[in-house]
Design a protein around this ligand. Sequence first.
Ligand code: 6R9
Length: 717
Amino acid sequence: KSWARTLSARSTNPSPRPISTATLQPLTNFVPPSAAGQTGTALMAQQLLSSRSRLLSASAIDRSYLADHALSISDPDAYWSEIAANNYHWEKSFDASTVLKYNFHASKGPIHIEWFKGGKTNISYNVVDRWAEDTPEKTALIFEGNDPSETASYTFKELKAKVFRVANVLKAKGVKKGDRVALYLPMTVDLPISMLACARIGAVHSVVFGGFSSDALAARIKDSGSKVLITADGVGRGEKVINLKSIADTAMDSLGAEDQVETCLVLERLNEEQLKDNPTASHRDPSRDVDFAAACAAVSDDCPVTWMDAEDPLFILYTSGSTGTPKGVLHTTGGYMVYSGETFRNVFDYKGAPSDIFWCTADCGWITGHSYLAYGPLLSGCTSIVFEGVPNYPDASRFWSTVERHKVTQFYTAPTALRALMREGDEPVKKHDLSSLRILGTVGEPINPAAWDWYNEIVGKGNCPIVDTWWQTETGGHMLTPLPNKWPLKPGSATLPFYGVAPALIDPSSEEELEGNDVHGHLCMKQPWPGMARSLWNNHERFEEVYFSQFDGYYCTGDGAQRDEDGYFWVTGRVDDVLIVSGHNIGTAEVESSFVGHGDVAEAAVVGFPHEVKGEAIYCYVTLNQGVEGSEDLRWELKKKVAEELGAFCRPDVVHFTPALPKTRSGKIMRRILRKIADPSETDKLLAGDLECLGDISTLADEAIVHDLVEGLREPC
Ligand code: 6R9
C-alpha cells in the first residue's frame, strides 16, 4: 500500500457527527480580564486580547473540523486507531479495542497513559525505510550552514545509508535497546541523523542543546545515565566559534566513576583556522574519544531494525521546572509518532506535494526541533531544512535569502526572532523573492500584534495563514493551533484545540472547571492525546506531582489562558516560576541557586520583565553577605557565573543589589512586588513616589524595604 495514497485518503472525514456548538456560544458583554499581577508576556497577551478580539459568526469555523474534533474527543479509540493504522507502518497491529488506557486521577492511583498497546513499530523505520522505498530520490534534508556558501542536500536513500551507519557505530560501541545516548551537537544533519539512528536500534536519545554549559550537560548525562555521547569539536555560530569539545570534556571530567561516559564520538566540524584559535577543541582522550566520521565509514550501511513496543521509550528531553533540577520529559514510540506526524500534516497543510520545502528554524536541542524538524516532516516524507546559523548572520536578511534560495513553502520560527528582525526594517525582507511561502508559523511564546502584523504583511504579503502554535515539551506536538483556512485568525491567539485535545480552564481558587466562553483560568487538559509525555525519566513521582497534583483528573500545563467569546484560546503566560526568555524556558529557581552558590551572595530572587525582543528578560534581586559591597565588578561576575553554569541564554539582564527582599510574615518572597519594580513601564511612577501599582503591601513583614528597592532603581543595573 502506497504511503502517498493513504495520506490523501485520510483527509476524508471518518464519519459525520452532529456539529458541536459548545465552543461557539457568543457572549456580547465581553470584558477583558484584569491585568493585575501578570508578567510581561501575560500583559502582552492581555493587550492583544483587548485590541483584537472581535466576535465571529458561528459558521466561521469549518464544520468538518468541528465534527472531527468532537469525534476525536468522544471516541479517541476510533479516531486515532484509523489514523495510526492507515498512515504508519506497524510490524504488529495494536489492539484496536483498547487504543487508549489511562488514569488522570492521582486520587485513584498512579497516573498512567498508554496508547496503541500491543502494537509494534519503529519511528525511524517509518521515517527512513518507507520513504527510501517510496521516494528514494526525493530530498529528505537540506543543510544550510552557518556560512551561507555551505549547503548540501540528502535524498531519502542517502539518509537511510547515513542513519544505518550511525546505528551500526552505536551498536559496535555496545549500545542496546533501552540504553540512553546523549547528543550534544551543532545543527548539522548529523543531529537528526543521530536521533534517527538511536531510534532505529531502540536506544533512547537525550539531546542537549549546544548552548548549554558543561554543568548543564553533565547533569543531563548523569540523570539519563548516558554511557555514549556524540558531540563535535565545535561550531561556528555567526561570527563566534563555540568550542563544544572543551565544554564536553569539562562535563565528562566532572562526572564520578559510576556516571562516566564510556565512548565519546566526535564530529569534526571546525576548519583549520577555527582550530588554531580554539586549540582545546582538538583535545582527544584516546581511551574514550572516537572520530565520528571515521567510525561511520568503517561500518556497514545496512542495519536491521529493532521493533519497539508502542510504549517503549523513544527519547528524553530536559526542560526547566519551577523548582529543583530540570525535568527529563519522557516520550514513547507509538503515540509520539502518530501525533508528531499528524500535527505536522494538518497544521502545516502538507498534502505530499514534492515542491513543499519545510523550514523550522528551531534547534533540535528543543522539542520544536524534535517534532517539527526531525520527526514530523520526515515521517510524512517532506523535505526539511537543517539550519546551523543564526538569524542575523551574515546580515538581517539571512532567513529571507534562505527562503528564496531553497523556495521554502512553510516557514516556522519564534516571535523573538521576528521581533529582532523587525527592528532591522523591511528592506532585508523586501529585497528577496518570498513568493514560494504558503504558511507561516510561530512557536514558543505569545506573539505581539506588531510582530504578527509584520510577519503577515511584510513576510507573508497577506497571503499566508499564520499558525500560532501553542504547545510544550511535555505535549510532544501542537495543542492549540490554527489549521490553515479552517477558521479566521485573531493575531495573538493560538485559536482552537487540535484533534484529540480537550482543554479546560480551571479557576485556581475554587478548583472548578470554568464552563462556557469569556473565562480565564489555568490551562489544563481533560484527557490524553497520543503525543503526551508518559513520565519524567526515573522520577514518576515528580511527574505526578508537577502535572497532576494540582487539579485532580487534569493534566496541568502551568500556563494561564483566556477563552474568548468565540471559544478562541489566548495563552497569557506561565502561572508558575518559569520564565520564557526568547522562547526558552528558564526556571527562576535554577538561576537563584546559581546566584546563592556565590560566596558573597546571601539570597536571590529572580523575576521576568517585559523585553522588546526577548519577550521576557531576567531580573535578579540579590542580597549580599554582611560586609560585602555591591559593585560593578561583582555584578558582572555574577552574570558570568549564571551564564557559565546554566548556559549563555540564561545570562541575567539586570542584577539589582538590595539590602533585603520583600517577604510576608511567614517568610514568603512577594514576587508580585518584585515583578512590578522590575517592569520598566512602572519605573517613572515608582521613582516619583507613586507606589499604587504595587498593590497591597500591608502583608509585608517590613514595608520599608519597598522604598529601598525603588531607590535601587536609580543605580545602573
Ligand atoms: C513548544 C515549546 C512551553 C511553554 C508553554 C508556554 C510557551 C509555547 C506558545 C507559548 C504562547 C504560543 N509557549 N508556545 N505561549 N503562545 N504559541 O515552546 O515548548 O520549550 O516546553 O515551552 O512555552 O508558556 O508552556 P517548551
